[in-house]
Design a protein around this ligand. Structure first.
Ligand code: APR
Length: 239
């Protein structure tokens, strides 16, 4: 079987909005209701770990009520015709639950906790035990923390993400305000001339990238348009 084209998708909170998960910077977003530096930064965690544990406990409960939406599912479907790599800023597990096989989380994973002293020791929470506190211990006895990349912390998976983007035959950005680096800079690493798409109802400026095709729609609707475009791409490249 001829190698499938490599399709790399970079997603942000917008792809999970239609699953009922609040985004960060839209009106009524998370950062309007929570002081980001207190609940999602390294300094905040050092100063008041209980507040941070509670913030992530709340988000885990919200996640339990959410289901993958049509956009997550459409991405998983595309694996039939493409080698699909999802690079997500999201900490939810909706891509995995929709069936996507290659998902790289840049900002961590809500359903995981890790040792405070050993970042390689990670445990997955089960849905009956979602709450953590500063007293939470791993099976190895270590104090545990959310497996989240806080602001002021490095993004360990960014090098791998850049490598994946550099291999893309097609690059797609879905539902991100492109406000947070290094994730927002991934578009810089696409090979010149490959097709680039950006699905977002209220897209950030792509002034630096005039060749981006902006689909100014919500993720589920935009993915219907994109799926059609990509099927035409496959037909054209079959010949
Ligand atoms: N479909 C597609 N996109 C949507 C939808 C939708 N239904 N609803 C909103 N959006 C878009 C918004 O227009 C916006 O561009 O999703 C984007 C959400 O932007 P943010 O809230 O800034 O989320 P994101 O870009 O993922 O934030 C990046 O910031 O706080 C950190 O770690 C956090 O990973 C997060 C990072």
């Amino acid at each position: 079987m001829k190698n499938k084209p490599i399709l790399v998708i970079s997603t942000g909170a917008g792809i999970s909005a239609e699953s009922g998960i609040t985004t960060f910077r839209d009106a009524g977003g998370l950062w309007e209701n929570y002081p980001v530096m207190q609940v999602a930064s390294a300094q905040g965690f050092a100063q008041n770990p209980e507040l941070v544990h509670n913030f992530y406990n709340k988000r885990r409960k919200e996640l339990l009520k959410a289901e993958p939406n049509g956009a997550h599912k459409a991405l998983a479907e595309l694996e039939k015709d493409f080698d699909v790599y999802v690079i997500t800023q999201n900490v939810d597990d909706l891509h995995e639950r929709a069936g996507s096989k290659n998902v790289l989380h840049l900002h961590g994973e809500l359903m995981k906790i890790r040792s405070v002293s050993n970042p390689d020791y990670i445990e997955t929470l089960d849905t009956d035990h979602l709450e953590t506190t500063p007293a939470t211990r791993g099976r190895n006895g270590d104090p545990m923390r959310p497996h989240i990349v806080f602001f002021q912390e490095p993004v360990p998976n960014i090098e791998k993400a850049v490598e994946i983007v550099m291999s893309a035959d097609i690059f797609v950005v879905i539902g991100t305000s492109l406000a947070v680096y290094p994730a927002a800079g991934l578009i810089e690493y696409t090979r010149p001339g490959i097709p680039v798409f950006y699905i977002d109802p209220n897209p950030a400026s792509t002034a630096g990238h005039p060749d981006v095709t902006v689909i100014r729609k919500k993720a589920t609707e935009g993915m219907r348009d994109l799926t059609e475009i990509l099927h035409a791409y496959v037909e054209k490249h079959k010949k």
